[in-house]
Write a protein that binds this ligand. Structure first.
Ligand code: SF4
Length: 279
């Protein structure tokens, strides 16, 4: 059933972990969303679009367009606040100063990495990989309305897969030498909680555990023939496929939904541009 599936991402792995049925509907059957993920629908959609736009503004800034120029494009209340928080964030000072100086060396915004994972490829699009001397920091911009707990983020596939994949496939960003796990850190920076970033360092034993777990779940997906609904009905309140599963009509609260259902678009990835180390 998974023969057509070529790649796995942190979103698809998270969906598979949260509910195998959702994984099947989204990534195997490619069903369009039949239900609103969260209420109020319009406001949520606007917030999502602003989030995507914010990512674009930061990318423009990091490739060298001056902050004043990019800041003029922040044309909604949310975008203005997020942009102000971004340019003034102490935790990002090193980065923003580098961009300001026109020193983009070692800054890889919107970088995509990929490596074989069982019969699939693991693919990840990073908001930013910042290399400074012998350290690599993965930045991920989050426009969440609630600051999630570090414990929640720590076990998400995004945190595990992004760090592990940078070890596996990021050698070309390190002069041809693979990064060791200890050289890598992941930082979630929250646009509405600019002084409370979540930082996750990495260690060799964590990397081994993560990569083993990734291989295990990829093998499980490759041989899966049925995709049962989750027993945890709380996952259904935010799920766009509720109507397929007879799991309620009313959508959940938007602020909770964005933590549970965030997905990334990987369909536009050009595989020619993906860096990896063959192994
Ligand atoms: S509604 Fe519930 S059971 Fe159905 S796909 Fe979504 S999370 Fe899974």
């Amino acid at each position: 059933m998974t023969e057509q599936l070529r790649s796995l991402s942190q979103s698809s792995l998270q969906d598979y972990t949260d509910c195998t049925r959702r994984f099947e509907l989204r990534y195997i059957q490619h069903l369009a969303y039949p239900a609103v993920e969260s209420e109020p629908a319009l406001e949520n959609e606007k917030h999502q679009q602003e989030g995507e736009y914010f990512h674009r503004l930061v990318q423009q800034h990091l490739i060298g367009i001056p902050a004043e120029q990019v800041g003029k494009l922040a044309n909604t209340d949310n975008l203005q606040r997020w942009w102000e928080n971004y340019v003034n964030a102490k935790d990002l000072t090193g980065l923003t100063h580098r961009a300001l100086r026109g020193d983009q060396s070692g800054l890889y915004a919107e970088a995509t990495l990929s490596a074989p994972l069982g019969k699939f490829r693991l693919v990840a699009k990073y908001d930013l990989i910042a290399i400074d001397k012998d350290r690599a920091v993965i930045f991920d911009w989050k426009t969440y309305r609630k600051r999630p707990k570090n414990e929640f983020l720590h076990i998400r596939w995004q945190t595990r897969a992004y760090r592990a994949l940078l070890v596996q496939a990021g050698g070309h960003l390190n002069g041809g030498k693979p990064f060791t796990p200890e050289q890598i850190e992941m930082v979630y920076w929250f646009t509405d909680f600019p002084t409370e970033p979540a930082r996750f360092v990495y260690k060799a034993d964590q990397y081994k555990r993560d990569w083993d777990a990734l291989i295990k779940i990829a093998d499980e997906i490759a041989s899966a023939s049925d995709f049962p609904k989750t027993d945890d009905v709380s996952k259904c309140s935010y799920c766009p496929y509720r109507s397929y599963c007879d799991r309620g009509i009313r959508a959940g609260d938007a602020a909770d939904a964005e933590l549970e259902t965030a997905t990334e678009e990987l369909f536009d990835i050009n595989f020619e541009q993906i860096g990896e180390i063959a192994f």
